[in-house]
Design a protein around this ligand. Structure first.
Ligand SMILES: [Zn+2]
Length: 399
C-alpha cells in the first residue's frame, strides 16, 4: 500500500510503551486497559485495530487485539500476549510490580520480560520500518491475546479461527516470548515439545490385609504399571529435540487405615514429548505398558489423557536463517535454534505458517522482581525492524 504523506506522526519509544503497558495490572484474565494502550499507539502510526472478545462456557471472557496495516500480501505477523501471571508474594518485590520503574538501566515490573516489553519493541520496530519505507510492500499484523497465561482457550486459537473465517492469511510469524537463557541473542525457538497429562485410576477389591486372597490390591498393580515410566526419558531425542521426558506428579490412595487394602489407587503424570511422538501414538504406547503392568489376574484401569499441545517443528530454512541473521546483525551473536522449554501459542500458529519465537532474556519471567535491561528492549526493537526489512525485501515488490 502507498503510505499517506506525511508519514503518520507519533514515533513509538519502546521503553515508554513497555512502561505504559506494565502499569496496566493485566493479570489473566483481566485487561485493565493494556490493549487500549497498545491499540492507541498502533492507531497513531496507521494500524487499524479490532478488539475481539471471545468466551466459552466454563472460562472467563477474554479481550484480544487484531491490528493490521496494509491490505496486500505478503503478511508478516507478530504474536504476543498482554496478560501476565500474578505477582506472587508482593511483599518480596523490591519495587512495586506495576510501577514500571527504571533503576540503573533496568526496567522492573510484572510483564517486563514476559512479554510487554517485547510487544512494545515490535510496535516501535513497525513504526521505524514504516517511517523508512516509501511504500509498504505487504502488510503487518499483530495478534495480541489476553489469554496466554490462563487456559488459552479464548485467545490466539480463536483469533486464528476468526481470521480463517474472513479469508485472512499470514505468511510468517514471530512469537515474541522470552527465548534467551542468559543473554539477548542466544536462542531462537523453532519448535516446542508437546505436553500430555495422564490420569490413571487402577481398580481392585477392598479387603482385610490379613486375608489377601479375599482382597485385590490396586496399589501393587499401580506400582508395576508406573515402573516403566520411572526411567524419565522415553527416547533418545531427535535432530532438533531433547529426549521426551516423563514425570509422575502425584500418587493418591487416600487410605487412612493400615489394615485395609483399598479399592482404588490413582496417579497423575506429565510427558513432554518430541517429534518422534504424537499424542495418539503416546497414548497407545501407554496403554500397552499399562496392560502389561496390570497383568492377567484381574483388576482394571482407566486412563484419561489431556493434551495441551502436540510437538511441532518449523524446519530450519529461509525463515530461521532470516531471524538468525537479524539477531546476529544487532547483537553479534548467532542464536542457536532450539526446541526446549514449555508450550506457547506458537503451537496454534504453526498450523497456519512458518513460526518461530524470539524475545528477551527469560531469567526472571514469572518471578519476583521480573526485570529487563533497557538496552535489551532497544536492541530487540532493532532486531524486529531488521526482520521486517529482510522479510519484505525478500518477498516484497513495492520497493
Ligand atoms: Zn509469555
Amino acid at each position: 500500500m502507498a503510505l499517506q504523506d506525511p508519514i503518520p506522526p507519533g514515533a513509538i519509544d519502546p521503553v515508554s510503551l513497555a512502561q505504559a503497558l506494565i502499569r496496566c495490572p493485566s493479570v489473566t484474565p483481566a485487561d485493565e486497559g493494556a490493549l487500549d494502550v497498545l491499540a492507541r499507539a498502533l492507531e497513531g502510526i496507521g494500524f487499524s485495530c479490532q478488539r475481539l472478545r471471545f468466551e466459552e462456557d466454563g472460562t472467563p471472557p477474554v479481550d484480544n487485539l487484531y491490528a493490521r496495516i496494509g491490505t496486500a500480501g505478503p503478511v508478516f505477523c507478530y504474536a504476543g500476549h498482554t496478560d501476565v501471571v500474578p505477582v506472587g508474594d508482593a511483599a518480596a518485590w523490591s519495587i512495586d510490580p506495576f510501577a514500571a520503574e527504571i533503576h540503573d538501566g533496568v526496567l522492573y515490573g510484572r510483564g517486563a520480560v514476559d512479554m510487554k516489553s517485547s510487544i512494545a519493541s515490535f510496535a516501535a520496530a513497525a513504526q521505524a520500518y514504516i517511517a523508512e519505507a516509501s511504500t509498504l510492500p505487504g502488510s503487518i499484523v499483530l495478534l495480541i491475546t489476553g489469554d496466554e497465561e490462563g487456559p488459552a482457550i479464548n485467545g490466539t486459537k480463536k483469533m486464528l479461527d476468526w481470521m480463517a473465517a474472513r479469508g485472512e492469511t499470514i505468511d510468517a510469524c514471530v512469537v515474541g516470548e522470552p527465548t534467551n537463557p542468559t543473554k539477548l541473542g542466544e536462542m531462537v525457538k523453532i519448535g516446542r515439545r508437546g505436553s500430555l497429562t495422564g490420569r490413571l485410576t487402577v481398580h481392585g477389591a477392598q479387603g482385610h490385609v490379613a486375608y489377601p486372597h479375599l482382597a485385590d490390591n490396586p496399589i501393587h498393580r499401580l506400582v508395576r504399571m508406573l515402573a516403566p515410566l520411572s526411567k524419565t526419558y522415553i527416547d533418545e531425542g531427535s535432530d532438533y529435540f531433547q529426549p521426551s521426558s516423563v514425570q509422575v506428579t502425584t500418587v493418591d490412595v487416600g487410605n487412612p487405615a493400615t489394615n485395609v487394602v483399598p479399592a482404588q489407587a490413582r496417579a497423575t503424570f506429565n510427558i513432554r514429548f518430541n517429534d518422534l511422538w504424537t499424542s495418539t501414538k503416546l497414548e497407545a504406547w501407554l496403554r500397552q505398558i499399562f496392560d502389561e503392568g496390570l497383568g492377567s489376574d484381574g483388576g482394571s484401569y482407566e486412563l484419561k489423557c489431556s493434551i495441551s499441545g502436540e510437538s511441532f517443528l518449523t524446519e530450519p530454512g529461509w525463515f530461521s536463517d532470516l531471524l538468525q541473521d537479524a539477531v546476529e546483525k544487532v547483537t553479534g551473536l548467532r542464536p542457536e535454534l532450539s526446541t526446549t522449554g514449555g508450550t506457547s501459542d506458537a503451537r496454534f500458529i504453526r498450523a497456519v505458517c512458518p513460526v518461530a519465537e524470539f524475545g528477551l532474556v527469560g531469567q526472571t519471567m514469572h518471578k519476583v522482581d521480573e526485570r529487563v535491561a533497557v538496552e535489551d528492549i532497544r536492541k530487540l526493537a532493532d532486531i524486529f525492524k531488521t526482520v521486517l526489512t529482510a522479510f519484505f525485501a525478500r518477498t516484497g515488490t513495492g520497493r
